[in-house]
Design a protein around this ligand. Structure first.
Ligand code: ZN
Length: 149
């Protein structure tokens, strides 16, 4: 909860439809629930019906939608990703964070969510997560809402 408040406070509005949110991560690998921040940005855009595009401009973190009710789900996802792509392997990239690059490509860097009546159309158990794979760092999330017909 402390983290969520920090995220909400760090939102800097650039214009009516584009927002950049700073997210401070605290561990090498963790998922940060950014649902509230994205919903706030979507609301502030003033767009009632359309699409909300979320993007992270990084190569060692990603975005995903999954259950935010039981934290064991996120823990299971992280554990499984680490099993599939271990930190230490026969990698050629010399920076030492190849696992993070690969996991970031596995989750992807963008999401599109339908906006109806100014609200993100997420399922009951769905939350939006920034997936940190090489933290702790300060990450940026770009949120752009597009008006639909
Ligand atoms: Zn690297």
């Amino acid at each position: 909860m402390k983290c969520q408040r920090a995220i909400a406070q760090s939102i800097a509005s650039l214009d009516k439809t584009m927002n950049r949110v700073s997210v401070r991560t605290h561990q090498r690998k963790e998922f940060v629930d950014i649902t509230r921040s994205v919903a706030d940005c979507a609301e502030r855009s003033g767009i009632k019906h359309g699409l909300c595009v979320i993007f992270v401009p990084h190569t060692t973190c990603g975005l995903t939608i999954n259950e935010n009710a039981d934290p064991a789900v996120v823990s299971d996802i992280l554990h499984t990703l680490e099993k599939i792509v271990p930190e230490h392997g026969n990698y050629r990239h010399t920076e030492g964070n190849s696992d993070a690059h690969i996991q970031s490509s596995m989750t992807g860097h963008s999401l599109v969510i339908i906006l109806e009546n100014g609200h993100l159309q997420l399922g009951t158990w769905q939350g939006i997560f920034l997936c940190e794979f090489d933290g702790p760092r300060t990450r940026e999330v770009w949120i752009h809402c597009i008006k639909g017909g």
